[in-house]
Design a protein around this ligand. Structure first.
Ligand code: GAR
Length: 297
């Protein structure tokens, strides 16, 4: 059972879709076996040594076609198209996308359930929710995760009818709330003003499926303790001429995952941490949701 759970995590599928994929494999395998026997019997007439020599080779060739055929009927064609192209590219060593550089489930037509993690007012969370709510895409904001009871983002979740989960530090560090996230079928996580470090257990459960927005041009002004107003104060104190936003993958170190997107704004002599924060929010609100759509669409 544990091996199946691991496979489900690797494929980043919800429980229902996972079992449909397994069913497709089983039916495809059985169909290719029967088809193979039937066709070879027409050629060899009896099951002699030549039959058994050709059988495994022919079965290997027929199998992917049978699975693809069955996947039309189980509604899993998009998954298998992506799966076979990844297997093919690995076998042939081509430069096509692999698991490690693809965002989750992009090869599938199944909904992508996003959990937004936020600690504060949640203006970014609101923008993301509103961007996707009327788009009719398969991207759904399915859960708001918050570490501060009474935070503004929880009001937004209530207003939008999105379930929320309030987390505590001890359980977050120990479990990453992986079970709760998986039970909610979450397959992508967006940190939008979330101020705790993401524990390794969560990073491992969601490889290449957690992104963060940081209110500065990383690698500068990042790391532990660098969040919100503190970042803008540090940028102003250093008399920088520009700042900006960074959207990046999350790994087990603060603000160190690979950069996905950056946008800049200039800093005038009259700017304060507050006015810079406004400029940064404007950039975040303009770019965060479209970047998520580009990654997952
Ligand atoms: C945003 O500016 C975001 O970049 C920042 O918190 C703010 C949350 O605003 N995140 C960090 O500083 C993470 N290190 P919001 O609650 O209005 O979306």
């Amino acid at each position: 059972m544990k091996a199946l759970k691991r496979l489900q995590e690797k494929w980043k599928l919800g429980t229902g879709q996972f079992w449909l994929v397994i069913l497709t494999f089983a039916l495809g395998g059985s169909l290719s076996g029967r088809l193979c026997s039937f066709l070879l019997k027409l050629v060899f007439l009896e099951k002699n040594w030549a039959f058994w020599l050709v059988y495994p080779l022919f079965l290997t060739i027929l199998w992917p076609f049978s699975v693809i055929f069955v996947s039309f009927f189980t509604g899993q064609f998009a998954f298998f198209k992506g799966y076979l192209s990844r297997v093919g590219s690995r076998l042939l060593g081509s430069g096509l996308a692999t698991d490690s550089d693809a965002a989750p489930s992009t090869a599938s037509s199944a909904p992508i359930h996003i959990a937004i993690f936020a600690s504060g007012a949640g203006s970014n969370a609101r923008k993301i929710i509103e961007y996707f709510e009327n788009k009719g895409l398969r991207i759904k904001i399915s859960l708001i995760v918050c570490n501060v009871a009474g935070a503004g983002v929880l009001e937004i979740a209530k207003e939008k009818g999105i379930p929320s989960l309030i987390i505590n530090k001890t359980d977050f560090s120990a479990t990453g709330y992986v079970d709760s996230l998986q039970n909610a079928d979450i397959n992508f996580i967006v940190l939008a003003g979330f101020l705790w470090k993401v524990p390794e257990v969560l990073v491992r459960a969601y490889p290449k499926a957690i992104i963060n927005i940081h209110p500065a041009l990383l690698p500068k002004y990042g790391g532990k303790g660098m969040y919100g107003a503190r970042v803008h104060e540090a940028v102003i104190a250093a008399k920088e001429k520009e700042s900006g936003i960074t959207i990046h993958w999350v790994n087990e170190h603060y603000d160190e995952g690979a950069i996905i997107f950056q946008a800049k704004c200039s800093i005038d002599a009259s700017d304060t941490a507050d006015t810079l924060a406004n400029k940064i929010h404007t950039l975040e609100h303009a770019h965060f949701a479209p970047t998520i759509e580009k990654l997952l669409g």
